[in-house]
Design a protein. Structure first.
Length: 134
């Protein structure tokens, strides 16, 4: 289930699980295809299409705009994969094979008229191959 909120006429969904950002030459492909599936499932079900879907399970920050339409009815879904809010815990170090992680957030402005500029990253990279001194 998504947490849904309308901000200045834009429908936002927040979900925990979503797609991964991908890697190397395939970076962005999984995220794009996940958004594409959400879009077409909503079209086929004749349901409202969200403007922004934000997920955070994989914490590899990425954003992508998927644009498609039927006839003259075009829409865009912006997908945001958020970074972690904190450095990895002991579990995170065991569960993840990554040598680095990102901590922070995206800032997504929605103007009064519904215009949405590109999201702004406020995040930094942590090298998880070295112990974190706290």
């Amino acid at each position: 289930k998504a947490l849904k909120l309308n901000i200045n006429g834009r429908l936002f969904w927040w979900l925990h699980h979503g797609a991964t950002a991908g890697d190397g030459a395939n970076i962005g492909n999984a995220h794009k295809n996940w958004l594409k599936n959400k879009f077409w499932n909503k079209i086929l079900a004749k349901e409202e299409i969200p403007d922004v879907i934000s997920t955070g399970h994989v914490h590899h920050p990425n954003w992508y705009d998927y644009v498609a339409g039927v006839g003259n009815n075009w829409a865009r879904i912006r997908g945001l994969i958020t970074p972690s809010w904190q450095a990895p815990t002991r579990y995170g170090h065991r569960a993840s094979k990554d040598k680095a992680t990102w901590v922070g957030m995206w800032v997504q402005e929605v103007k009064a008229d519904g215009q949405m500029p590109d999201p702004v990253p406020l995040m930094h990279k942590i090298d998880t191959s070295k112990p974190l001194l706290v």
